[in-house]
Design a binder for this molecule. Sequence first.
Ligand code: ADP
Length: 616
Amino acid sequence: MQTNQPKTNHANSSKNLQGKMDIMSMLRNILPYIRPYKWLISTTLVLTLISSLLAQVNAIVLDKAVDSINDLLHQPSFAWSQAVRILIVISSILLGKELISAVVTFFQRYFGERMRILVSRDLSLDVVKRMLSFRMAFFSSEENETGKLQSRIDRGVMSLSNTVNNLFIEILPLFTTAIMALVLMFKANVYVGLVALFIVPIYFYVTFIQAKRMKNGRRSIFSSHQKVSQCILNIIESISVIKSFNREKIESERQAIIQNAMTEQQLSIRRQGYFFGGLKSFLEKIGTVLIIILTAYLVLIDYPGMTIGKIMYHVMLFANVSAPISQLHRIYDDLNDALIYAEGFFGILHADHEIEASGKHVSSDVKGNFVLEHVDFTYSNGTQALYDVSLSIPAGKITALVGLSGAGKSTVINLLDKFYVPQVGSITLDGVNLNDWDTQNLRENVGLVLQKNHIFSGTIEENILYGNPKASHEDVVFASKQAYIYDQIMQLPEGFQTQALQLSGGQQQRIAIARMFLKNPPIIFLDEPTASLDAIATEQIKAAIDAIKTGRTVIIISHNIGQIIDADTIYVLQEGRVVQSGTPQEVYAQGGAYKSILDASARSMNVDKIAEIIGQ
Ligand code: ADP
């Protein structure tokens, strides 16, 4: 399907976001998303005009009807035929108007809704496209945690597209109708028009006070709702802890406190809502009474142009004037909600500084020679992960990064894959600074096998094909054979069409390795590929890893001695610093951190005892 994507000027629009967002800047930001649908807007506007005109028909017809009937009554000889003619004309006009009105309303609503759906699609597409272009730091910052980011997007899209819908099927029609009614009132009689116009600001004022008072209440209900769901979520997540400590009572009491506070807030907001609703309705009635008194008076004094019909005429027109005002408060609430969410949403859309940088250097013959010189790196939350790291990763060799958890090993890989950029120092690949490399070209040449989380929901075949979407089924089969997973796949009832997420951790890991064979990059990063797997799965994967290592530049992070011991070079990291380097034998002979880690691993595995049992 062809999408009518709006062209937004993100750089310019982001200026509008400085400080808090107001209604005008929100509308300015939505404008580029409405603009592609000019014909929809024009049609809706024409329909709005027609329906606003139709809304005045009742008043006009009633005015004429009352006057005609009145004239008829005052004629010397009453003619039924004339009365019937008047009734037929009135009912035909009224019914005809209702019919046209129904058709116009249908299209007005349908087009308004169509616009909402299309704008909602465009907003979602645009935000996802933008997000995909962001650098990794954006996703790892606290304010963009998965749940938070998702709700900012969901709520933003929903409330902004609702605003568009509100604008076209509520605000515009209501206000056009009101203005037209006011113009007609003025045209018929300036004094009546002035009274109506005088009452309007009073309504506005009351609505404004209501909206202001209720705004805080609505905010606190909103945050209570969040607390309630958070509390329920905690209960579900920690149910085994709650039960094992017999803390059911405490948890239900905690819920009760939050629920009671929310009940109070809800009741108070309802009270205020009904109070203002009543006040506005009373003011509206006062307005109507004033109009009746004034028009009746003008009729009685025989003011030019004022007939009995005009009393009804003005009362009905006044109803059109006051209708949008009673809705004003709801519209104001919706706009306020949209403002809150728009801020977060456009914040994502205009985060230009988050866009991933890319250089221009492209190579079709990447060797994999990385050199880090005096690299310092600090994550956006302020954690410094690397201090003055210098290391060299030779092409075509296996380099192991060793160290305790949190030493900075994965951070090194993150930097090599350009997920993050170091603040100090330089990183080169084959002699070219990483900043100058084309990011896509670099990543085409790098294969990343992580501990977990890299299997998508989809079939085994789809998952392996992710490595090279153009590959044939035969290629997929060959890759799975290279990763030592083919036989196991064939034993599954659905073979390559089995859902990959149903596989065990060890099998999933080999699917990820098969995918790497298909991608066939000259550089492979293995970040704890066998962590959290049992011994049998680890052994099965070892064969696959050994196969993928050959002829490539490999960087491996692992707590598994078997995998690091046959590295060509080892770098030992401790609290973000390189403390040792050399061949496994050299580094072991130096003593220090690596020796302690290796000895501790051997002891924890009870290597002597195992050797004794195996040797028997
Ligand atoms: P290792 O791989 O050696 O276990 P890492 O490179 O993952 O260590 O982490 C090094 C330090 O950086 C740790 O203190 C860790 O808490 C921190 N860190 C890692 N990833 C992030 C991140 N995305 N945001 C903030 N701090 C991080």
